[in-house]
Structures are given as C-alpha cells and as structure tokens.
Design a protein around this ligand. Structure first.
Ligand SMILES: Nc1nc2c(ncn2[C@@H]2O[C@H](COP(=O)(O)OP(=O)(O)OP(=O)(O)O)[C@@H](O)[C@H]2O)c(=O)[nH]1
Ligand SMILES: [Mg+2]
Length: 401
C-alpha cells in the first residue's frame, strides 16, 4: 500500500559493469515474492537493449510488463534522456500505483542532471542515489583505489575530463555507495578502497553488496535525498556539465554494436578474449551462440578484465532440432512453423553484443570479435555436424583474464 503522496524513487548509478542490473533483478525478484509494487526504468546507451531484455525476463515483469520502461539509444543524463525519463515516470504512475520506482542508469551516466530533474519534480521524491562501485575494477585499474584521487587531481590541473571524473563524481553525488565484487578482492584491498571512498564522500553510507543482495525492505522508506549537501558541487559542475548533457556519448567512451546471425568459433573467441581484454575495453555484453553449444542462447558479460558466460535459455531452433526435445508433437510442429515463418538460416539463433571502450581500442576489439564468427567454409562444416574444439569451461562458465 502506498504511504507517501509522492512516489519514492531510487537511482542505481555506478560505472559500466559495476553490478546495477544484478541488483535490479534481485530487487524485482523480491518485489514479486512479497507482492510489493516496484516499478522500474532502465537505460542502455546503445540501441541494443540488453538490460531491458534481462529485466524483462524476470518474473515480476513477465507477470506485468507495464512495470518496466526501457529507455535506450541515449544516455539518461542527456537532454533527450531527461525528456524520456519524464515520460517514463508519467507512464509508470498512470499505469500502476508504485510503492517504489527504481531507475538503472547506464554506466556512462552522470548523476547530476537526474538529481536536478528530481529536485523540481512534483510527482516523485528522490530518496536514494546509489553509486555501485566495482571493487575488482578499482583494485586492478586504480591500484586498490589509491590512484583515483591523484588521477582526478591531474585532470583538474590539466583542465581535462575523462572516465575518472565520472567515477569520482558518481561517488560524490551518492547517498549510498554499494561496494560490489568484494568476493574477488582481499580484505586489505577492501579496506583501502573503502577508505578512499570515505575520503571522496564522507557522508555517503557504504555497504558491501554480494551479487546484488540487498533487502528491498531497507529501500522502501529511506529519507529524502539531501540536495543541500551537493549544492556547492552542483554550482561548480554546472558549466562543465552543460556542455556534456548535450552529448549522448560523453567522455572517451565509444560504443559499437555487433549483430550477426553466425555463431562464434569457440577456440578463436577464447584466444581473442585472452589477447584483448584489458582496462581499455570497459564493457561488453549481449547474447550470442557458440558453434559448439548451438542449443543455447548465451549471455556475454564482460567488465574490465573479466568475462562471464552464462546460459540464458534455449534457442527455439535448438529445441526443434533435438530428437529428445521432450515436448508434444503439436508443440513441436507449432515451433517449426514459427521458425519457418520468421527466421533465417540458423533459425532464431543470432548474436547481438554491445562493446564499450576507450575510442583508441574499441574498434580493434570489435573487429577481432567479428573475426571469430564462422567463415563460409566453417558454416558448411557446422551444417554437416562437425564438432568444434571448445576450450570454454563446460559447466563453470567463467573466465578471468
Ligand atoms: N564476482 C562478482 N561479480 C558480480 C557481482 N555483482 C555483479 N557481478 C557480475 O558483474 C557483471 C556485470 O554485472 P551487471 O549487473 O550487468 O552490471 P551493470 O552495472 O548493470 O552493467 P552496465 O549496465 O552495462 O553498466 C556480471 O557478470 C555480474 O554477474 C558480485 O558481487 N561479485
Ligand atoms: Mg546494467
């Protein structure tokens, strides 16, 4: 039941791959179990709506797809993004009676334009700005966080801005910092990161969060976001961000999209991943298939130097081709009809991936990934049932570079 006149809103902000969708999915799972009316807005800066797809497959959204608004092809902090956010909130309020609206920004989103928007908004009340901080990334790329402040100071003295500014300002504007992936670092590294974050923002509450496990109850009745605390910061950053909000792709981040119906060659993909994953490829994610595991739609999730592959489901074509499909004859003939009507040479199998990286590296990596798709000769072999050598772990689908 709704208790406040204005609907409470929380923002899941935080750098690329820091764990926002993992947390969001967890919150939706809890809301579904507890019958809490939680609605959401998700933003992906690329035109491939990967996070929208991942959240849509939660039980809460499958039960009622009116509770999720997906905004893609722009960053929420841009002028276009803010307009779409306003529309999204109206739509959620018109179609539901939300107890809480959760907003997942894209990782390249600066929080300030959103905070300014909510400060003036009459329909909703901003209660939390959560900066999710990827501890593994900070330990690898910023020497357990100790390089964050010096890099920021260097930028200030040069008058330049890059992703460090974004990371630090996400923390500066946060009401809470959620430290993620702490399972991948030592206690000493954790202490060092926590201490740097306290220096950057002593007012923000810090919590270690393991794979998005946060009790939804603890988020339902938070106090209003403290706008007073960030007043001076907003005044200082206003002229700088005025230029950035006009841009859809700020900082040195470039996005590339890969769409192809072909599978990846498992061995080439393995080699390319080991060769290329470094700190300049910040994020890649999406859905794909491997020639060696052609029944499964796989989820690709790479952040900084780490990649995980998970099974996201079965391709319809995979089920239809399986002699032991385990479904009724009527169902299988319907499936085959659907596949014949709408799909290409591989049925519904396809790859769509977003790659985000520094502009100096992103094209090289994207081209390298494209070279992993099967060649025409290999496609012939696949149709003949050839077994492709597959070095990827069979069950444990995680790789550290
Ligand atoms: N080891 C570990 N991995 C995590 C944790 N939380 C999230 N991950 C993994 O980190 C990767 C990125 O997680 P997402 O939740 O998609 O990150 P995101 O912030 O939504 O990413 P973008 O929306 O692309 O910026 C996934 O492979 C997650 O499984 C954690 O606590 N520990
Ligand atoms: Mg996400």
């Amino acid at each position: 039941m709704k208790t406040l006149e204005k609907t409470p809103v929380i923002i899941l902000n935080g750098f690329l791959g820091s764990g926002k969708t993992t947390l969001f999915r967890n919150l939706l799972a809890q809301s579904s179990k507890m019958n809490t009316n939680v609605c959401g807005i998700v933003n992906d800066m690329s035109d491939l709506d990967v996070d929208g797809e991942l959240l849509s497959s939660t039980e809460a959204v499958e039960d009622n797809n009116n509770i999720l608004v997906s905004i893609h092809s722009c960053v929420l902090s841009s002028d276009e993004g803010i307009m779409k956010l306003d529309d999204g909130i109206r739509k959620l309020k018109a179609n539901n009676d939300p107890e809480l609206i959760v907003i997942e920004t894209s990782g390249s989103c600066h929080p300030m334009p959103l905070i300014q928007f909510f400060k003036k908004n009459e329909a909703v009340q901003l209660n939390g700005v959560f900066a999710l901080v990827d501890c593994l990334m900070l330990s690898q790329d910023y020497n357990d966080g100790s390089n964050l402040i010096p890099s920021m100071q260097e930028n200030l003295s040069n008058g330049s801005r890059d992703t460090v500014n974004l990371l630090v300002e996400q923390i500066l504007f946060s009401s809470h910092v959620f430290l993620t992936k702490t399972d991948r670092i030592s206690d000493d590294q954790f202490s060092s990161i926590a201490s740097v974050i306290s220096t950057i923002n002593p007012h923000s509450h810090q919590h270690a969060v393991y794979f998005g496990k946060v009790e939804i109850d603890s988020l339902l009745h938070l106090p209003q976001y403290d706008y007073f605390q960030v007043e001076q910061l907003m005044a200082e950053l206003a002229p700088v961000l005025a230029a950035e909000t006009l841009k859809n792709r700020p900082y040195d981040l470039e996005t590339r999209v890969i769409r192809d119906d072909r599978p990846f060659h498992p061995e080439r993909l393995w080699e390319i991943c080991h060769e290329f994953l470094d700190q300049k490829i910040y994020r890649s994610k999406g859905f794909f298939w491997l020639a060696s595991r052609d029944k499964y739609a796989l989820l690709w999730n790479q952040a900084a130097g780490r990649i995980s592959l998970e099974i996201n489901g079965s391709w319809r074509a995979g089920i239809a081709e399986d002699e032991n499909h385990g479904i009724s004859e009527t169902e299988i003939s319907m499936l085959k009809e659907m596949l014949a009507e709408n799909h290409g040479r591989f049925g519904d199998r396809n790859c769509h991936l977003t790659v985000i990286g520094d502009k100096t590296r992103v094209d090289q990596f994207t081209e390298a990934l494209r070279s992993c798709f099967l060649t025409d000769a290999e496609i012939e072999l696949w149709f003949e049932g050839h077994e492709f050598h597959d070095p990827w772990p069979q069950n444990l689908v995680k790789l550290s570079s």
